[in-house]
Design a protein around this ligand. Structure first.
Ligand code: AMP
Length: 508
């Protein structure tokens, strides 16, 4: 299995087809992109002397070059390390040091952030679009390196909501399995179908890039490097049959956007990466129609653990539609998924436990971290750290990250359940529920809310829908919730914030 061949073959057989788009325009064909990847590979091997298996970091905002860089790196038998462009220079420095990369490609501007934190081993920091960069594409092309399925292709640093990020090793085989899973079970794309990279290419959106190359689609990058709902609407109109990956916060912003687009142009908007609350999912379907699919995955099993299909989301009359919409769907065909107790024993449908999975799409381990690899992959299963339950029909509902579960008065309380209720209130824009250490209860349920709701109304909503003991004991109204660079709410930070707040209040 060799991802480099996907682009190489497309260049040979369908060289005149569009491969890359920028904004509303197609800018390069498959022949162009394949040739540039082969030339870049030559420079990486000959000019820089990089040896097969070495890692090359890409610290870049979304740009069409991303596709050429990734495939050029694979063409040369190297591994790519895409790093989120919004990370701090210090964090990027850590990824450079930990991955042992000698070469890093960076967007203009980011090089200055990286430079003071660059480890001694970094030999070249090349700005994308610079003269030095352009010169790399002047070399004579080389033949694609004969990568094997188990070779490292993508070192995926986890978003690191706690502690140092870990590098999930994604091999050619893992990424191929994830791509096939996407094409067969999420979104059956065909030649010319655009993939709009509205979300970071270093993460979820980039993980769909290869499938769109394999199927001769067009990887389209918006002109603005950050997510702009207005621009996305415009691009949907410009690119018929568009697909894109969007985190739930992005879907919410599209729903709230005043600009209009023709929803019939959308082939699929795939949401995932964080919980999508039912109220938000319904709003999205009302606005754009049944053009959504959901995926549940993590860096360690990229984009591929379960999926709620477009068909499931379209079946509004199904008697169990509401439950299904609240779920993350059914396991992908390429892996086994289990819900297990603390001793890794599988639990029956209806029971809640940790979600485990195993299959060809699961990483073989973390880079240079045998302890974390052994702990996460013990017994041959990937321990996701997510808690959930299967229903009798095989749909998996995610409850929370195991470390976010609240234990109050000896009962497990899953914050998401309460968040779903709070978000039903029209004035609540965002909600995040955490546990606060409490002398009587162990932990007390506390709701952080963005919006203008009245606490008695929120309390009434909860009383109407969930057991009394799950009701928040305190509501804190805030302007915004702490989030990471991918828009995920940082509960660890929220708990720390709450502890500081609580201390101040006690003092007063
Ligand atoms: P990352 O490895 O940064 O992509 O984060 C993966 C984590 O995001 C998972 O372990 C889940 O906790 C969460 N996540 C991913 N997809 C979903 C989803 N569809 N619904 C709820 N949470 C999700």
């Amino acid at each position: 299995m060799n991802l480099a061949l996907w682009l190489h073959r497309a260049g040979l057989s369908h060289g005149d087809r569009p491969a890359l788009g920028l904004g509303t325009r197609a800018i390069k064909t498959y022949a162009d992109v394949a040739a540039r990847a082969a030339r870049l590979a030559a420079s990486l091997q000959q000019k820089f002397g990089l040896q097969p298996g070495e890692r090359v970091v890409i610290a870049a905002k979304n740009c069409p070059d991303y596709v050429e860089l990734m495939f050029g790196i694979w063409h040369a038998g190297l591994a790519a390390v895409p790093a989120n462009a919004k990370l701090h220079g210090r964090e990027l420095g850590y990824i450079l040091q930990h991955s042992g990369a000698r070469v890093c490609f960076a967007s203009a501007g980011l090089d200055a952030d990286i430079a003071p934190h660059a480890p001694a081993g970094l030999e070249r920091l090349i700005v994308i679009g610079s003269r030095e960069y352009d010169a790399l594409f002047a070399a004579d092309p080389v033949a694609p390196w004969q990568n094997r399925g188990d070779d490292l292709a993508w070192l995926f640093y986890t978003s690191g909501t706690t502690g140092r990020p870990k590098g999930a090793m994604l091999t050619h085989k893992v990424l191929a399995a994830a791509s096939f899973a996407y094409v067969s079970e999420v979104n059956p794309i065909g030649p010319g179908d655009p993939l709009l990279h509205a979300a970071p290419m270093s993460h979820g959106s980039g993980l769909y890039m290869m499938a769109h190359v394999a199927k001769l689609g067009v990887n389209v990058v918006p002109e603005s490097s950050s997510f702009e709902a207005d621009e996305v609407m415009q691009l949907i109109d410009a690119w018929p049959s568009t697909s894109m990956f969007a985190a739930p916060t992005m879907v919410k912003r599209l729903v709230a956007c005043r600009a209009l687009c023709d929803p019939a142009q959308i082939k699929a908007i795939v949401w995932g990466g964080a919980p999508m609350y039912v109220a938000d999912a319904r709003d999205a379907i009302d606005r754009f129609g049944p053009r959504f699919a959901q995926i549940y995955g993590q860096g360690e099993s990229p984009m591929t653990i379960t999926t709620l299909s477009k068909q499931d989301i379209a079946e509004r009359d199904h008697p169990r539609f509401a439950e299904r919409l609240a779920s993350a769907g059914r396991p992908f065909g390429c892996l086994e998924v289990a819900v297990a107790d603390g001793d890794d024993r599988p639990l029956p449908a209806g029971a809640t436990g940790e979600i485990l999975c195993r299959g060809d799409v699961v990483m073989p381990g973390y880079w240079d971290n045998p302890e974390a690899s052994a702990a996460t992959l013990r017994g041959g299963w990937l321990h996701t750290g997510d808690v959930g339950a299967f229903d009798a029909e095989g749909y998996l509902t995610l409850k929370d990250r195991s470390k976010d579960v609240i234990i109050s008065g000896g009962s497990n309380i899953y914050p998401r359940e309460i968040e779903e209720i709070l978000l039903e209130h029209a004035e609540v824009r965002e909600a995040s529920v955490i546990g606060r250490p409490d002398p009587d209860w162990g932990e007390a349920v506390v709701a952080y809310v963005v919006g203008d709701a009245d606490r008695s109304e929120l309390d009434a909503l909860c009383l109407n829908a969930i057991a009394r003991f799950k009701r928040p004991k305190d509501y804190v109204f805030v302007e915004a919730l702490p989030k990471n660079n991918y828009g995920k709410i940082l509960k660890t930070e929220l708990r720390a914030l709450d502890a500081r707040r609580d201390k101040v209040e006690r003092k007063n």
